[in-house]
Design a protein around this ligand. Structure first.
Ligand code: MN
Length: 235
């Protein structure tokens, strides 16, 4: 049987240095995974990690040395940046123990979990799902994936985000409340991970609003940088 519609292309993210394309299966995100960010969101207790998702086609690949333009998404008046370490999963698995988790890591990337904060909080306050605040089109810019076979295990690396040259977020991935391996253990207890899954691991403190004309420059040491400019959503 043939398709009744032309299937859309599989979303992909380039692997660094022209190795090939990483086909995206799902995008998982971790909420409040740095203590200082949890505090700025109004929470102080350590709690098990929690997860939400974005659609796979929310990825916006950003090639090194280039600046991608992102349309200001409507409707929001409070679009926030969240710079994050992204884990790229290379093998299927469920109920993975942290001690075995590295074998499931294909690589790492720097990503932005763009957030319509006003919509997220409105839904949160009503006890409704976060989708319209988190899972919108183009909400997951991402740099090239760096294979773990080259970077080694990533447990310490500076993570920063500048807006128009000014540092807004600055931390280290060693400050993650739930590290890469622990995150995989928790997530794989709820979902069978598949090759092609991406996990946005959470953002450090300093989230804030961006507006059309603003240039965001994110970086994680060893994973390169990520440049995204916000343009008018009406265009
Ligand atoms: Mn986030």
């Amino acid at each position: 049987m043939s398709y009744v519609l032309t299937p859309l292309p599989i979303p992909t993210v380039p692997v660094a240095d022209g190795v090939g394309m990483f086909p995206v299966h799902r995008i998982y995100c971790v909420g409040r995974n740095y203590a200082e960010h949890a505090k700025e969101m109004g929470f102080s207790d350590r709690e098990p990690p929690f997860f939400f998702m974005k659609p796979a086609d929310a990825v916006v690949p950003v090639a090194p040395g280039t600046t991608v333009e992102l349309r200001y998404p409507l409707p929001t008046t409070n679009l926030h940046h969240e710079i994050e370490l992204v884990i790229a999963i290379g093998r299927a698995g469920r109920n993975i123990k942290a001690a075995n988790a590295q074998a499931y890591v294909y690589g790492y990337a720097v990503g932005l979990d763009m957030t319509r904060r006003d919509q997220q909080f409105a839904m949160r306050d009503k006890g409704r799902p976060w989708e319209i605040g988190k899972a919108f089109d183009q909400s997951a810019p991402i740099g090239p994936i760096h294979p773990a076979s080259r970077t080694g295990e990533l447990s310490t690396a500076a993570i920063t985000l500048k807006v128009n040259g000014e540092v807004r977020q600055s931390s280290d991935i060693s400050q993650l409340i739930w590290n890469v391996h622990e995150t995989i253990e928790h997530l794989s207890s709820y979902f069978e991970l598949q090759p092609g899954d991406l996990i946005y691991t959470g953002t450090p403190a300093g989230v804030g609003a961006v507006k059309p004309g603003d240039l965001m420059e994110g970086a994680i040491a060893g994973l390169g940088d990520l440049k995204v400019k916000i343009i008018d959503g009406q265009r």
